[in-house]
Design a protein around this ligand. Structure first.
Ligand code: SF4
Length: 433
């Protein structure tokens, strides 16, 4: 009988892809098959996120639950960003954990599994072979890493300490992976990295030096591939060449993530983001002028240390001018190993909560008018998910979630849909072609 693997993945798309890599390696080298039942698993993995405080706190309570329900001889492994930053502390606090594997070290999963109490969290580790065995959780969309790590020094962010320096993955490997995914039926590839449009900055060995715009051109030349998405681009690297390729290349989906973080130049400086409010607005305006239907999403942190009412107003001003289609907003919480952890000018917690509510309420008014304007429009939707309520769901080219009444026959197909009912988070429609 095959061994069973239960895996829980928290956090971002990069973690989803890391989990896929670990599943593939464990299957190919150790014969593990996936299960959704942790109590029957021989190995339980938690792939953690440490960007915010909550999932880190949750980790130890979850570990306790898994320890109680697991089979007597089953192993528990902790992987990902929290594994990188807490390291052996995890085994100290939860001695039943068998091993700890950092986000930069996922390729060592089949090895670490056999070393009791192993802690592999080296961030200088240069994975000079990036080709993993293949596993995809969706047959329709393929996540593909194009770089690992991050060279930026944003003062609030723990990622450079958990994922290490930025290294670009050779372009020929990326194109080959995308081609294989398309041959296996995927119509969409999703290129992943902390700063995708900084691609090409550093390779691990002798490799052809190309930038992200050229990489997009090469991936889009793959026959049978219909859609390309990517995350996250950095506003600093949104040069004209990149925006113009985004606008003119029909395979690139017209949704752009532009992580603003703050609209105040003072706060942006203190965050070490490397751009100004004016630069950000200029880039967003260029995008909107070249691609009128583009949807722009963003991340915003409120109550960063030193944020005054006027700084907060600057953030609202950017929201007013850009009219983001989606905003992921958070109240600042200090993260370990970051520069901002030592900042002493923190904002009162209640003030922070108040600002967050005000910002979210303001975004809701923007969203209401954006979604109302979608009523009656026709959009191209790629259907990827069968819902239990008799709907199939997918995303429009510009990333709106769209549901239509239908069955699995629509899965993996792109269809034209007329929007008949709208809400802030999902649009409903009818297939017209
Ligand atoms: S760019 Fe900044 S926020 Fe993004 S991963 Fe790098 S350090 Fe973190």
């Amino acid at each position: 009988m095959s061994k069973k693997l239960f895996i829980e993945t928290l956090g971002c798309a990069m973690n989803v892809r890391d989990s896929e890599h670990m599943i593939a390696e464990l299957n190919a080298h150790e014969g593990y098959e996936l299960t959704e039942d942790a109590s029957s698993a021989d190995l339980i993995l938690i792939n953690t996120c440490s960007v915010r405080e909550k999932p880190v706190h949750k980790l130890f309570s979850e570990l306790g639950v898994f320890n109680k329900l697991k089979k007597a001889d089953a192993k528990i492994g902790v992987c990902g960003c929290t594994a990188s930053h807490l390291g052996k502390e995890i085994i100290k606090r939860a001695p039943y954990v068998s091993f700890v594997l950092g986000a930069r070290n996922v390729s060592k999963i089949a090895d670490v599994l056999h070393r009791d109490k192993a802690v592999e969290i080296e961030i200088d580790y240069d994975e000079s072979q990036f080709a993993f065995k293949d596993f995809r959780s969706s047959p329709y969309k393929a996540y593909i890493n194009i770089s690992i790590g991050c060279d930026k020094q944003c003062t609030f962010c723990i990622v450079p300490k958990t994922r290490g320096d930025e290294i670009s993955i050779p372009a020929d490997l990326i194109v080959a992976e995308a081609r294989k995914a398309v041959e296996n039926g995927a119509k969409e590839v999703f290129l992943l990295g902390q700063n995708v449009n900084n691609y090409g900055r550093r390779f691990s060995g002798e490799n052809e030096k190309i930038n992200f715009t050229e990489l997009l051109r090469r991936v889009s030349a793959i026959e049978g591939l219909e859609r390309i998405r990517f995350t996250s681009p950095h506003p600093l690297h949104m040069d004209d060449e990149f925006i113009e390729e985004f606008a003119r290349n029909p395979k690139i989906c017209k949704s752009m993530h532009m992580p603003l973080q703050s609209g105040s130049n003072e706060i942006l400086k203190s965050m070490k983001r490397g751009y100004t409010k004016e630069w950000f607005l200029n880039r967003a305006a260029k995008l909107r002028s070249l691609v009128p239907d583009v949807s722009i999403s963003t991340d915003i942190i409120v109550a960063f240390p030193g944020e005054s009412d006027a700084d907060f107003e600057d953030t609202l001003d950017v929201m007013k001018q850009v009219r983001f289609e989606q905003v992921f907003s958070f109240k600042y919480s200090p993260r370990p190993l970051t520069e901002a952890e030592g900042f002493t000018n923190s904002v009162d917690s209640e003030v922070g909560s108040h600002r967050l509510s005000a910002l979210q309420a303001y975004q809701d008014t923007i969203l209401d008018s954006i979604s109302a304007a979608m009523l009656g429009k026709e959009v191209e939707v790629y259907f990827e998910e069968l819902r239990s309520d008799g709907y199939v769901a997918g995303r429009s080219d510009n990333n709106a979630v769209v549901k239509v009444k239908g069955s699995e026959e629509w899965l993996g197909r792109i269809a034209r849909v007329k929007i008949t009912e709208v809400s802030r988070s999902v649009q409903y429609g009818e297939i017209v072609a």
